[in-house]
Each structure stands twice: as structure tokens, then as C-alpha cells.
Design a protein around this ligand. Structure first.
Ligand code: AP5
Ligand code: MG
Length: 195
């Protein structure tokens, strides 16, 4: 199963992706997590993207395209994967298609959550991590940066939904319920089939 999980910052992509990946036995591939790991490691990629992430902007398509093409060519992704945070521009849709070659996506699941709810969720996550001993809040979880991420989402990422709608792949899910409720809706769409 090859799935894209789509939606605004704070929609619950990472939260649901972990569960979906476990349920279907496929790797959870989060471009945001990969970029944050690169920043934490101080790798050449990390040094290149650190400031972009802190501002809530998108890293260049070609750069993230290389990262994702390399990741989905790994053996663990041969039988399927769940993408969280990619593609998030229209050019990235084409980059993904090229990386997939003859393989096809099965579904693009979009978590639909209003702005006020996503702002509250991200601020809640920032506060929760600040309260954990040794926990560090994400550098982009400040209110100004959250709003910038939402603005960037509407301008550059939302058009991706239309592209997948026209391909007949998009399924919209109400992401405002509890974590269990949203997971139930997603599983209902993806079906019981594993692998
Ligand atoms: P990325 O890491 O993808 O961040 P994001 O899209 O802004 O989304 P978040 O990770 O903040 O939210 P989420 O939807 O995963 O929600 P979560 O499950 O955490 O990207 C970060 C940056 O990397 C980008 O800004 C960009 O710079 C760069 N980047 C990444 N991919 C890129 C690409 N393809 N191209 C270019 N640049 C790229 O949930 C949020 C909170 O809500 C949590 O606290 C959670 O516990 C809570 N929550 C979740 N579900 C529920 C629920 N149902 N009810 C109540 N609370 C809930
Ligand atoms: Mg996430």
C-alpha cells in the first residue's frame, strides 16, 4: 500500500501516520522528521535547511526531491510506504511520480481541520514538550511561525489536493475528532487490506 497523508500543519499527520504505518506494516516516511534529524545531526543538509524550517518556509523542491527519492528506493519501502509531509507543492507531485516509476499511489488521505484547531494543537504540543524534562519544543512551533506555516500551506500546498482530486486519489477525512475517531475514519477509507 502506497499512501500519502496530507493536511495542514498540526492536522495530526504524524500522530495518525504512526498508527497507520503500524496497522499496515509499512514505513512512516516524514520529510519534516528527516529534515529535523538532519538539523540535529548538523549534516550538510541540516545546515542548508535549518533557517528555512525555523521560518516556517518550504525547502527547495529539488533538495527535498533528492531526499525522498533516496528514501523510497530503500528496501523497506519496496512493499509500500506512508508519506507524511510530501508532496507539498505541485512540482513535488511530479517529482514523486518520477521517483515511483511504474508504481502507483493507492490513496491520498487529507485530514481536514480548521485553522483555529491546528493552532491550538501545535501550541499544545509546544507547551507539552517544554514541560518534559530535557524536552525541546520544535523551533517552528511559535505562534508567528505557526501562522506563517498555515499561510505557506494555503498558498503552496493546498493546490496539491486539487491535483490528486482530479486523479481520483483524494479522500477527505474530518480530522477534528479524537485521535481514535480520526484513525477509525482513515482505516475505513483505506480498508482492511494489508501490505
Ligand atoms: P512537518 O514536520 O511536515 O510539519 P507540518 O506539516 O507543519 O506539520 P506538523 O508536524 O506540525 O503537524 P502534524 O500534521 O504532523 O500533526 P501532529 O500529529 O504533530 O514540516 C516541518 C517543516 O519541514 C516545514 O515547515 C518545511 O520547512 C519542511 N518540510 C517538510 N516537508 C517538506 C516538503 N515536502 N517540502 C518542503 N519543505 C518541507 O499533531 C499536532 C499536535 O496535535 C500534537 O500535539 C498531537 O498530539 C495533537 N493531536 C493530533 N491529533 C489530535 C486529535 N485528533 N485531537 C487532539 N489533538 C491531536
Ligand atoms: Mg508532523
Amino acid at each position: 500500500m502506497r499512501i500519502v497523508l496530507f493536511g495542514p500543519p498540526g492536522a495530526g499527520k504524524g500522530t495518525q501516520a504512526q498508527r497507520i504505518a503500524a496497522a499496515y506494516g509499512i514505513p512512516h516516511i516524514s520529510t519534516g522528521d528527516m529534515l529535523r534529524q538532519a538539523v540535529a545531526a548538523g549534516s550538510p543538509l541540516g545546515l542548508q535547511v535549518q533557517e528555512i524550517l525555523e521560518r516556517g518556509h518550504l525547502v527547495p523542491d529539488e533538495l527535498i526531491g533528492e531526499v525522498i527519492a533516496d528514501r523510497i528506493s530503500q528496501p523497506d519501502a519496496a512493499g509500500g510506504f506512508l508519506l507524511d509531509g510530501f508532496p507539498r507543492t505541485v512540482p513535488q507531485v511530479a517529482i514523486l511520480e518520477r521517483a515511483l516509476g511504474a508504481k502507483q499511489l493507492d490513496r491520498v488521505v487529507m485530514l481536514v481541520v480548521p485553522d483555529a484547531v491546528v493552532e491550538a494543537r501545535i501550541l499544545g504540543r509546544a507547551q507539552a514538550s517544554a514541560g518534559v524534562e530535557g524536552g525541546a519544543a520544535r523551533a517552528d512551533d511559535r505562534i508567528e511561525t505557526i501562522r506563517e506555516r498555515l499561510r505557506v500551506y494555503k498558498q503552496q500546498t493546498e493546490p496539491v489536493a486539487e491535483v490528486y482530486r482530479q486523479k481520483g486519489l483524494l479522500a477527505e477525512v474530518d480530522g477534528t475528532g479524537t485521535i481514535d475517531e480520526v484513525f477509525g475514519l482513515v482505516i475505513g477509507i483505506l480498508g482492511g487490506a494489508r501490505g
